[in-house]
Ligand binder design. Structure first.
Ligand code: NDP
Ligand code: HSE
Length: 443
């Protein structure tokens, strides 16, 4: 049988890794797919740039349209990134009857509904395993392995760059900028690294996970998003003293009122496995009603871990090339006509616990005022630490004490209301620092 010909858009970190994996493992991949798979065409901005892969035998072009329109190409693999040119090329590939594999989470989160609908009409596949959590086959696990479950919630460390930065800062006291520069050099970071640092990349991925977990359309604009740039060493240390680790999590939970979609720094108990996921590694916890909690772990970024997911998708597409489109796994796990319009909850309606760091003048009655305000808003306290005033750098005593409060679960709007009142107390020196806290237990 003729080999299946792949047209690659992009020959950077993931594109180069994909060529290397396809070549190195060609024999085993062919035994799995039932066909030889070769990269016949590839595009890049500058085809003369040095590459991490060999390009002999590949027809190179600087115009990606040549790849998506070439009649020899059966599968277009989009590894350019961004959501403008990539969208145009993917839609053009679909219109030309090509199957598509992509690692582009921004593209799927923002334009997936349009892309899947176009693919459905044309009877072609669009596979995107590499778009979430790098090399971890989390899309396949939720879409296929957990298809018998009602998914209740999922929570994940889904940005490798952010987790790498937090780990290096905590363990080696390195500064933010130098770790970010290293993540960029290692090929982990997005073209615009604020996507990693401000949680946008994690929000793209959470959009996709929630959609396939709950059978809802992709709704990137509704994700509540906070990044890692405001996490301080002080909070990391206090959290640790209380038995927690701070991780940047994407969380989605189905409640009776709607679906929570949120990305933010989160305290989690140190004893949870996911609290010990460090460096560029990612992990996703998924709780199904039948299976209970399940955990998926692996490299979240990098050339070959991501290529592993891309090549897995290519093999899947090759295996079902001749199957009837109606009998394929649906793009978003649920049949397109069965997607639900379950609402996405605003962050004010989300239920979570909190870590509060309060800097207050060491005066009689401050603590009583704070606890009364929390109680008036229906918030109960789980634990509390009070740090006595310490000498400042010049050696003189400050009269500012630090109070750390961990609360039980409450609704965010109650906490907003309480913090607005606490922040106006005379004894409060700076706005209270609030970090959400999740126990991630099996319930
Ligand atoms: P790179 O920047 O390393 O590679 C991008 C490639 O696309 C390069 O070959 C570049 O050409 C080409 N390209 C960029 N812009 C254009 C353009 N306007 N016209 C033609 N070609 C263009 O990115 P990555 O490989 O890191 O990422 C690719 C995709 O994979 C992104 O969507 C990213 O989010 C996703 N991803 C990345 C992971 C990672 O660990 N890096 C992990 C998971 C997903 P040239 O080389 O000549 O500049
Ligand atoms: N920039 C992304 C990350 C790449 O660091 O997780 C993998 O999606």
């Amino acid at each position: 049988m003729e080999p299946v010909k792949i047209g690659l858009l992009g020959l950077g970190t993931v594109g180069g890794g994909t060529v290397n994996v396809l070549r190195r493992n060609a024999e085993e991949i062919s035994r799995r797919a039932g066909r030889d798979i070769i990269v016949s065409h590839a595009s890049a901005r500058d085809i003369n740039k040095p590459r991490i892969c060999q390009t002999d035998g590949i027809q190179l072009t600087e115009d990606p349209i040549n790849v998506v329109t070439d009649p020899e190409v059966s599968i277009v693999v989009e590894l350019i990134g961004g959501d403008t040119l990539a969208r145009e090329l993917v839609l053009k590939a679909i219109a030309n009857g090509k199957h598509v594999v992509t690692a582009n989470k921004a593209l799927i989160a923002k334009h997936g509904n349009e892309i899947f609908s176009a693919a459905q009409k044309k009877g072609v596949m669009v596979a995107f395993e590499a778009a979430v959590a790098g090399g971890i086959p989390i899309i396949k696990a939720i879409r296929e392995g957990l298809a018998g479950n009602q998914i209740e919630w999922l929570a994940g460390i889904i940005n490798g760059t952010g987790n790498f930065i937090l780990t290096e800062m905590r363990d080696k006291q390195r500064d933010f900028d130098s770790v970010l520069a290293e993540a960029q050099r290692l090929g982990y970071a997005e073209a615009d690294p604020t996507f990693d640092v401000e949680g946008i990349d994690a929000a793209h991925k959470l959009t996709i996970l929630a959609s396939i977990a709950f059978g809802i359309p992709l709704q990137f604009k509704k994700v509540y998003t906070e990044g890692i740039s405001k996490i301080t060493g002080e909070d990391v240390d206090y959290a640790s003293e209380l038995g927690f680790t701070i991780k940047h999590l994407g969380l989605s939970r189905r409640t009776e009122q709607g679906v929570e979609l949120r990305v933010h720094p989160t305290l989690i108990p140190k004893r949870r496995l996911i609290a010990n996921v460090d460096g560029v590694m990612n992990a996703v916890l998924v709780k199904g009603d039948a299976v209970g909690p399940t955990l998926y772990y692996g490299a979240g970024a990098g050339a070959e871990p991501t290529a592993s997911a891309v090549v897995g998708d290519i093999v899947d597409v090759v295996r079902v090339l001749t199957s009837d489109p109606e009998n394929r796994v649906p793009h978003l796990a649920f049949q397109p006509e069965s997607l639900s319009d379950f609402p996405i909850l605003p962050i004010s309606e989300v239920e979570t616990a909190y870590y509060l760091r309060i800097s207050a003048s060491d005066q009689t009655g401050v603590m009583a005022n704070i606890t009364r305000i929390l109680a008036d808003s229906g918030i109960s306290i789980d634990s509390m630490l009070q740090k006595e005033p310490v000498a400042d750098l010049a050696g003189s005593n400050t009269d500012s004490a630090t109070i750390i409060i961990v609360t039980h679960t409450t609704i965010e709007k109650n906490m907003d209301e309480a913090l607005a009142k606490i922040n106006t107390l005379d004894a409060i020196n700076n706005d209270v620092v609030r970090i959400r806290l999740e126990h991630l237990d099996a319930d």
